[in-house]
Design a protein around this ligand. Structure first.
Ligand SMILES: Cc1ncc(COP(=O)(O)O)c(C=O)c1O
Length: 380
């Protein structure tokens, strides 16, 4: 893929302002940017390069290889692997100086049996039922781990139901479970950091901040959900200044005049009801544009600051758009798939709505091969 056809622009100023918003809210030491999944599709190397001058104390990743990449890029702060590792990966974590998350018996046994151990964060299941030990077992677990306490840095959990509700009842119950672990383990003599929060809870549940907040999607300027945005606006009438970091662009490669009655694309799903002008653009589902968005009559891209509806099915590397309403249009014209163009904008939330998913999936599905271009801006 080359940048003549499709590219992603990253606004460094926006990233830094988003990061500093969380630092001002939570304190520098508490903010752990989450750079997993290719930095939520933004591009791990580019994201790290943009962020490094802010000297984050922590960075979270999902996989070991992502942590190793950060080390190779020179990050010397703490790296926490939040995803589940396999026992045989633990040695590599020692070599790269990564903190690991331990949330199941198999990994714990492998970790205990190691002579030289990576620093661990013990995960508790407080309601997500994905990773983690039962908080009810914290006394027995704590006693079993006492001999290794110098190698344990933290205890953590993950909220299951903050983004989809406007009340925090379930999250508060989850916090209580983690608090029960804390009081038990403090009694046993552990001195640990406790963490639970991600973007939504960092913004709307101050009780969740504890010692570390693992901030993912909102670092990139995206709201975890419309309900989080609503809850935040109720609590803090001046809306949080989250600015999307990413713009996704392509170009028109072909223009075509259609007669009324002609069909467009695979399956002949679109029929021109009148003479019209369409353009072919250089992006399809391989690049990460959700194919299903082509079925939604609301979907559009921006050309010359105007909305141009998608027509026909999205192909592997191309899609067709209706440019009939443009007074002027040329092959080579820039097309905005995500982001702002003049007074118009296509947000990751729009694209998520047209494709029946969430903004997280829209950005993390952007093909890593798409060239990323960093725009140096204010605040960097
Ligand atoms: C364990 C863990 N912590 C934090 C995050 C960040 O969540 P968010 O992107 O909602 O801030 C994630 C994201 O999936 C996660 O899995």
């Amino acid at each position: 893929m080359d940048s003549m056809h499709c590219w992603i622009e990253l606004d460094k100023g926006a990233l830094i302002r988003n990061y500093r918003f969380f630092v001002s809210r939570l304190g520098h030491e508490r903010v752990a940017p989450v750079l997993k999944s290719n930095a939520y599709g933004h591009g791990l190397p580019e994201l790290y390069e943009m962020l490094k001058e802010e000297k984050p104390s922590w960075i979270c990743v999902n996989y070991l290889f992502e942590g190793v990449k950060l080390r190779k890029m020179g990050f010397d702060g703490r790296v926490l692997v939040v995803g589940p590792l396999l026992g045989q990966e633990l040695n590599q974590a020692v070599g790269a100086g990564l903190d690991v998350t331990i949330g199941n018996e198999e990994l714990l046994s492998a970790w205990i049996s190691m002579e030289t151990k990576p620093t661990a964060h013990i995960k508790f299941n407080s309601g997500m039922c994905r990773q983690g030990f039962n908080p009810d077992d914290s006394d027995a677990l704590g006693k079993r781990l006492l001999a290794h306490k110098n190698h344990i840095a933290g205890a953590s959990t993950h909220f299951a139901n903050v983004e989809d509700v406007t009340d925090s009842e379930f999250a508060m119950q989850q916090l209580k479970y983690l608090e029960s672990v804390k009081s038990c383990w403090q009694g046993l003599g552990f001195k640990l950091m406790y963490h639970a929060a991600s973007s939504a809870s960092s913004m709307i549940i101050s009780e969740s901040h504890l010692d570390l907040c693992r901030v993912g999607v909102s670092l990139y300027g995206l709201w975890p959900s419309p309900l989080t945005r609503l809850s935040y606006a109720k609590l803090y009438p001046q809306l949080a200044p989250l600015e999307p970091v990413l713009r996704w662009k392509t170009r028109i490669t072909t223009l075509r005049d259609l007669k009324g009655g002609e069909f467009v694309g695979y399956g002949c799903t679109f029929k021109a009801s009148r003479p019209m002008k369409i353009a072919v653009i250089s992006v399809g589902y391989f690049e990460g544009y959700p194919r299903i968005a082509g079925n939604d009559s609301r979907s559009f891209v921006l050309v010359r600051s105007k909305r141009c509806p998608l027509v026909g099915r999205i192909c592997m590397n191309m899609m067709m758009i209706d440019v009939s309403s443009l007074e002027q249009v040329r092959v080579g014209d820039e097309v905005t798939l995500l982001g702002k163009d003049g007074d118009e904008v296509v947000s990751a939330d729009d694209l998520a709505a047209w494709s029946q998913t969430i903004n997280y999936e829209v950005v993390t599905c952007l093909n890593p091969q798409i060239p990323r271009v960093v725009l140096e801006g204010e605040g960097g």
